[in-house]
Design a protein around this ligand. Structure first.
Ligand code: ASP
Length: 436
């Protein structure tokens, strides 16, 4: 019997969470048995590292594809566009939607955090325990924030000085700008000069798409292998002590995903809500498991094209989105900032709340699409609102899990924008099955 693709992914998710929780709960027992019978200890360690490695290999393979697929499809896509007004229109609409939805996300976050006030559920003792527990990681993140690029620097450095360096570092914004420049230049050249080059990039882009299709056949294994170790490491205890905060973030993400996006899709896109959600389900599942919009990019691209969004709009919107559109991250940053202030007993003025909206919007633009990319830039948001930066230690314990949920929203936001912007540029309706 052939199990449908989405059911396989769903089963893998449930199994990953259940196995992770069982391992987490039986960790003292496993350690004791391992010490008493060294051979069994070796077997446990071996199984753990094989599962861990399987998930990592999958993410590495996708990250391998992300940069070249964007390079090739954007060059071929821009070169095929005879109408530059169209390109300008797509870019402008995309950036406007990105900015608007990110701002709305921060406002939703602030509203929730100010009404629920999750900080009141953390006692001073629990606060001190959480801060002590996460001290080392918190210091690491604060140090990393010192080295992070500001939004001004990110935009300034969008123009690369060395295309090979940008490709090697996987700097998506620089790759997008460079690929667009090459594509536009090719469109200007006579066909006898540009034709072979465009055909080369077009063919290469198709080859990478074929690799994505092949890799996605094993996505359910990867989903299990990625989820189980995370759940095993985090466990229930961390979740229960930060339950109110976690529920606030998850509630906010649900508002974005199930209320805001559907309204926008209904109002602005030619696609039906159901067909959009069905088409992007594999990308959402992968985003949840890998916590990385950059690694999910090749699959997001495939999903929106399956929906009928034209290739050039899909690659432009999704690649830009991976770098600068993170509604889930912006929401988490605004809730986390208010939560930390509440736990420290600080009252935030209106000016400080406005500072949170502005810096969380900008910080989410600067955040890289990798696991925990958003937490590093939370430091900037805290600084802008005069909240003690050591406070990030309070949210670290559950951040890995919330990261999975917010990455789903980040990726869905990119896909939704592609469906709106690309759909209005003549995308074809009616999706095929997204599964391989
Ligand atoms: N993991 C998120 C992403 O890749 C970024 C974050 O940490 O918020 O989209």
């Amino acid at each position: 019997m052939r199990i449908p693709f989405h059911i396989k992914i769903l089963l893998a998710m449930v199994l990953g969470i259940v196995v992770g929780l069982i391992v987490n709960q039986s960790m003292p027992w496993l350690t004791r048995v391992g010490e008493q019978v060294p051979a069994l200890g070796w077997v446990f360690g071996f199984v753990g590292s094989v599962v861990d490695a399987a998930g990592k290999v999958f993410v590495r393979a996708l990250r391998f594809i992300a940069v070249p697929i964007i390079l090739c499809s954007l060059i071929a896509g821009a070169a095929a566009m005879s109408d530059f007004g169209k390109l300008r229109r797509i870019a402008l609409r995309t950036i406007t939607l990105f900015l608007l939805t990110t701002m709305v996300a921060t406002v939703i976050g602030l509203t929730l955090a100010n009404t629920v006030r999750p900080g009141r559920f953390v006692s001073p003792e629990a606060r001190d325990a959480l801060l002590a527990q996460t001290q080392t990681v918190a210091q690491e993140r604060i140090r990393a924030a010192g080295g992070a690029r500001s939004i001004g620097e990110t935009l300034l450095e969008a123009v690369s000085m060395n295309p090979f360096d940008s490709l090697a570092r996987g700097d998506m914004l620089q790759v997008v700008v460079g690929a667009l420049a090459i594509g536009i230049a090719l469109a200007w050249l006579p066909k006898d000069k540009s034709g072979p080059v465009v055909a080369f990039f077009d063919g290469l882009s198709a080859a990478f798409q074929a690799i994505v299709t092949f890799i996605m056949r094993y996505a359910h294994w990867a989903v299990f292998a990625l989820l189980a170790p995370i759940v095993a490491a985090v466990g229930w205890d961390a979740i229960t002590s930060l339950l109110a905060y976690s529920l606030c973030v998850i509630g906010g993400l649900c508002v974005i995903l199930f209320i805001e996006y559907p309204i926008l899709i209904r109002a602005l896109s030619p696609y039906r809500l159901g067909e959009l959600f069905r088409a992007i389900a594999p990308a959402q599942a992968l985003a949840f498991s890998a916590s990385s919009s950059a690694a999910t990019l090749p699959v997001t691209l495939k999903c929106v094209q399956t929906l009928g969004v034209p290739k050039e709009s899909a690659s432009l919107v999704c690649s830009l989105g991976t770098t600068i559109n993170m509604d889930g991250t912006a929401l988490m940053q605004s809730i986390a900032a208010v939560f930390i202030a509440q736990v420290f007993g600080e009252h935030l003025t209106i000016a400080e709340q406005v500072a949170i909206v502005v810096t969380a919007t900008l910080a989410s633009i600067g955040a890289p699409g990798i696991p925990s990319g958003g937490i590093v830039l939370l430091v900037a948001v805290l600084q802008a609102a005069h909240i003690p930066i050591e406070g990030i230690g309070l949210v670290l314990a559950v951040d890995r899990l919330l990261d999975m949920a917010r990455t789903v929203v980040n990726v869905s936001g990119d896909a939704m924008t592609a469906a709106i912007v690309g759909g209005r540029e003549g995308g074809s309706g009616g999706s095929q099955s997204p599964g391989p």
